[in-house]
Design a protein around this ligand. Structure first.
Ligand SMILES: [Zn+2]
Length: 133
């Protein structure tokens, strides 16, 4: 399978649904964020796909800017009591992280899968031809 045969729409769709980036059917996660070792449908191994702290960074950093800006705007525009801030922002952050961390992690795995397929094909195409003489 070459990178041209993996449509971006399939990668996005599989990431949003938490499915295997190759077949789009097999489950990618056990529980909330633990990745299965092997796809139960197509047999793709996920042991070499390392996302580490990448998904957290991609979720937390923009969220920090949004909540900090949002709390400043709310305070300047409406000056609500402090309990509104205490209630609104942690709840909003928890919900945003809870709903976005899993698709972002699946998207990172899908991107790694797509780039790995592309690199393996490029490596195979550039491999020297064995001398048969
Ligand atoms: Zn699969």
């Amino acid at each position: 399978m070459t990178h041209r045969s993996i449509p971006a729409s399939l990668l996005v769709k599989s990431a949003m649904r938490g499915r295997c980036p190759r077949c789009g059917v097999g489950a990618l996660f056990i529980g909330y964020l633990r990745v299965v070792p092997v796809c139960a449908v197509c047999g793709l191994s996920f042991t070499n796909f390392a996302t580490d702290d990448g998904p957290v960074s991609f979720v937390i950093l923009p969220l920090c800017f949004l909540t900090a800006g949002g709390s400043l705007v709310l305070e300047v525009m409406m000056q609500p009591p402090m309990w509104v801030h205490v209630l609104v922002w942690p709840t909003l952050i928890a919900l945003a992280v809870g709903f976005s961390l899993r698709p972002v992690k699946a998207a990172m795995i899908a991107i790694q899968y797509r780039n790995r397929e592309r690199n393996e094909k490029a490596f195979e195409a550039s491999a020297p031809i064995e001398n048969t003489e």
